[in-house]
Design a protein around this ligand. Sequence first.
Ligand SMILES: [Zn+2]
Ligand SMILES: [Zn+2]
Length: 402
Amino acid sequence: MDLTRIRNEAQEMAGAATEMRRYLHAHPELSWGEVETSRFIARRLKEIGFQDIRVGVDGKAVGVVADLAGKEAGPCVALRADIDALNLVEENDVPYKSKCGAMHACGHDAHITMLLGAARILYSMKDELPGSVRFIFQPAEEHGMHSGAATMIEEGVLDGVGALAGMHLWSHVPSGRVQWRSGPVMASADGWNVKFRGRGGHGAMPHKTIDPVVAAANFILALQTIVSREVNPLETAVLSVGKLVSGEVINIIPEVAEMIGNIRTFSVEVRDQMEESFRRIADGIAATYRCNLETQYTRIYPYPVVNDRVLSELLRDTAIALVGKADVEESPMLMTSEDFSFYQTKVRSVFFFLGSGDEAKGTTAAHHSSRFDVDDDVLPRGIALMSSFACAALSGMSEGTL
Ligand SMILES: [Zn+2]
Ligand SMILES: [Zn+2]
């Protein structure tokens, strides 16, 4: 693998990549509505020379998969980018500001750009590749309940794939720095909704009522004991209440108290334990305070993101060779979630981060904030990383060292 060539080709694309990323930024589309985005991707792939391009996931004209055959029929490495935007009104005052009520506030516009850049480089190397590369442009990563990854897997996107990589820009990390991690790196995410239904009445006569507010208050406190007293202290879990609604006036005991929240973990065992504890405490509190209980518990992203050790080390070594040791470091574990985890239950894979935070350029705002912005100068590095990882993984797999 000629890293200098990959690095140079990626750097030559800097201007075009910035332009593309900003165009995509100005034209965001929400999960499962990425029709124009998908059309754009397919058109660009066709311009590069790709023949095998499939558009469509879940019966909708969103999502693109393209295959690149190398010089021989060998292993297949897949690279994935997510393509959807968020339901957010942009507050940045930039020329490429979103023109609608949606916003690329997670950097998926950059992910598309970098994967298209890698597609161009790998296409130019196709006569040297000892196998094939699949490019996955996945819709609906942000949707939560109806995951693009899960649906693409059902429709066969991983058929024949031996290894997979995904990359996410990360504004909390200095621009250009690569963060990798073996094992668990992002959490699973569950969502819940609980209603305690009592009997409303006069605030002066609590004995004639069944007060759901007291039940809710005790429930919130009791929930704190799951992480502190039930989960192994060497494991990690978080449970947060995101909303609590009950009552309206000072002298009425309300009928209902409703709460919603989320639970995140790094292993399916702890995830299952959290749900069991959560349900038991809800049942117990409802019984203690004589309330009826309605519970909804939803596995949103049921699996944590867990990286394959061998692929993680290959990614680390490739990144060091490409950008130098000083710009490559181990990532901390993050309690955020990603539907990349669905792929990981099926194929060995690695998910890693590329820093895009630059104070002077104003690109350190949090992901999912209305002030999020991308440091476009990191795009060539992302393009080179994806390209060189695909080459390294193909070589390793075809030589039997991976
Ligand atoms: Zn996001
Ligand atoms: Zn994202």
